[in-house]
Design a protein around this ligand. Structure first.
Ligand SMILES: *[C@@H]1O[C@H](CO)[C@@H](O)[C@H](O)[C@H]1NC(C)=O
Ligand SMILES: *[C@@H]1O[C@H](CO)[C@@H](O)[C@H](O)[C@H]1NC(C)=O
Ligand SMILES: *[C@@H]1O[C@H](CO)[C@@H](O)[C@H](O)[C@H]1NC(C)=O
Ligand SMILES: *[C@@H]1O[C@H](CO)[C@@H](O)[C@H](O)[C@H]1NC(C)=O
Ligand SMILES: *[C@@H]1O[C@H](CO)[C@@H](O)[C@H](O)[C@H]1NC(C)=O
Ligand SMILES: *[C@@H]1O[C@H](CO)[C@@H](O)[C@H](O)[C@H]1NC(C)=O
Length: 444
């Protein structure tokens, strides 16, 4: 009983520790107004990992050169190029861009809030906007949300939103009056919807597929006047942003009363019937591995290598955005560690076995985030034994497949380094494409 409890607890801890959010922009998003479409609001919590993609959801990077810019204080500061960490050791880098041009921020802190956007250097489609307004929110219990169909949402709206929205229009409370009459803003609590998830069909009765979408609680901000009603930097944010999270840290600093009311509103997950076919991979039915429920590895492989041959291994189902850990006999192999020239993990987490000898034989494992992904057993045989009857019996006995591989994975690295030279500063970009500046002029 206690064992079960503690296992549950550690699984819970693991899943919070590795909490990360990956964000992309929807190509087919409902565009309300030009201003409303400027950016996607991202709620980030302290110490989490944030990945901002420089392409639309479910699309690939077109590998044209791009760069990230940031406006630290909406309404006050000019855009600047995002300062990337340049440590040799991958783990020490807190802010980095991968080969897909995604911006990765590890261990998120309050100083990381701001408006981030990604721009290409070559003439780019006016419509392409990868802009994210990243705000710090209270770390709330993510399991606390309401769910149901559209009728349930209407009830949720009446229970949680309507009373507060009445206060925004009518309350004589100090903060409400200040917002209405001094700042000349109309605030309204709304659900800002993420796109629908995939239709979950596997394991459900026929014709009872279900899809879900999340409605994030936000305060929509409308200005009722063009006047400069304030010069306070924190309040200026409200004049410039078009919405703010109900759980925003910033909101609690300036309007603690309003924040007390809104921060406790759970988000809403709407579900709806849908039709589709069961696709276990898309639905993550094999997720047992993902939450550490399974004690075994998802993939197993065995290689028998002749002495002095080479083998390159990439951990399955991993991308540059995952944390990949290679181990040999339980000991972590550090990326970039060159102490053993026969055994190298590069900064893209590719494992190279070069000129193998007996000492490279053994049990290798790789882990992707929390998932025990692959176990690889390596046997090394001397060339003299390779083609003997004994060896063939050995193979049959073990049921192994002889495999010789030797690809080079460095190409990506070289391409990236080369491209870095073509990166330009913000000023140079604006000179070349003055029209791109307009979009952000309104934020300055
Ligand atoms: C995250 O950053 C804080 C300071 O903001 C630091 O104290 C802490 O050690 C960092 N955590 C990790 C895992 O790097
Ligand atoms: C989160 O909420 C659930 C359900 O209300 C509760 O069981 C769980 O203990 C909470 N977790 C934390 C960390 O507060
Ligand atoms: C929503 O679900 C309730 C039962 O949970 C049902 O009575 C109602 O008809 C559903 N509404 C819609 C619009 O499907
Ligand atoms: C508002 O401030 C801007 C710059 O801070 C200034 O150019 C503008 O004239 C001001 N407008 C009003 C109505 O005070
Ligand atoms: C907000 O809530 C906290 C704790 O619940 C309370 O101490 C504080 O007085 C409240 N602030 C306002 C302005 O209502
Ligand atoms: C290989 O290592 C894994 C974990 O490090 C262990 O569970 C497994 O039993 C080992 N296998 C062999 C054949 O030594």
């Amino acid at each position: 009983m206690w064992t079960i409890f503690f296992t549950y607890l550690s699984a819970l801890l693991l899943s919070t520790l590795s909490q990360e959010i990956k964000k992309c922009r929807e190509r087919d998003r409902p565009i309300s107004t030009d201003n409303g479409d400027l950016y996607t609001i991202i709620d980030a919590t302290l110490h989490q990992k944030l990945i901002l993609q420089c392409h639309y959801c479910n699309e690939n990077d077109d590998s044209r050169p791009r760069n990230w810019y940031k406006i630290d204080k909406l309404g006050l500061t000019r855009p600047r190029e995002v300062q990337l960490s340049m440590e040799n050791e991958m783990e020490l880098n807190r802010i980095l861009v991968n080969t897909e041009h995604s911006l990765i921020i590890n261990n998120f802190s309050a100083a990381d809030t701001g408006l981030y956007y990604c721009v290409g250097f070559e003439q780019q489609n006016e419509e392409e906007k990868y802009n994210y307004l990243v705000d710090l929110v209270f770390d709330v219990n993510a399991t606390e949300f309401e769910t149901g169909n559209i009728s349930a949402w209407v009830k949720y709206h009446d229970d949680y939103f309507a009373p507060i929205n009445d206060m925004f229009t009518q309350s004589n409370g100090k903060e409400f009056v200040y917002i209405r009459e001094h700042l000349k803003l109309s605030l309204e609590v709304i659900s800002q919807w993420d796109p629908w998830g995939i239709c979950e069909v596997c394991g459900r009765p026929t014709n009872e597929g279900l899809r879900k979408k999340k409605g994030n609680c936000r305060l929509k901000i409308n200005r009722n006047s063009d006047e400069n009603t304030t010069s306070n930097p924190e309040e200026l944010y409200f004049l410039k942003a078009n919405a703010i999270s109900c759980k925003s840290d910033r909101l609690s600093l300036i309007f603690p009363g309003v924040s007390n009311l809104t921060r406790i509103i759970p988000d809403f997950i709407q579900d709806e019937r849908c039709e589709g076919r069961c696709n276990p991979d898309a639905e993550g039915v094999n997720k047992g591995w993902k939450v550490g429920k399974s004690s075994s590895f998802k993939y197993r492989k065995t290689f028998v290598l002749p002495e002095q041959s080479h083998l390159t291994l990439v951990c399955p189902e991993s991308s540059l955005e995952n944390t990949v850990i290679w181990k040999k006999r339980g000991k972590v192999l550090k990326p970039g560690d060159a102490s053993n020239p026969n055994l190298i993990v590069d900064t893209f987490n590719t494992l190279y076995l070069l000129d193998v000898t007996d000492t490279e034989a053994g049990n290798y494992t790789c882990q992707v985030d929390d998932i025990k992904m692959q176990q690889v057993r390596i046997f090394v045989v001397s060339k003299s034994r390779l083609l003997t009857q004994e060896f063939i019996r050995h193979l049959v006995y073990l049921g192994f497949v002889l495999s010789l591989t030797g690809t080079c994975y460095c190409a990506g690295l070289i391409v990236t380094c080369h491209r870095r030279k073509t990166f330009k500063t913000y000023e140079e970009l604006i000179e070349e494409h003055p029209e791109d500046n307009d979009e952000f002029a309104s934020l300055l």
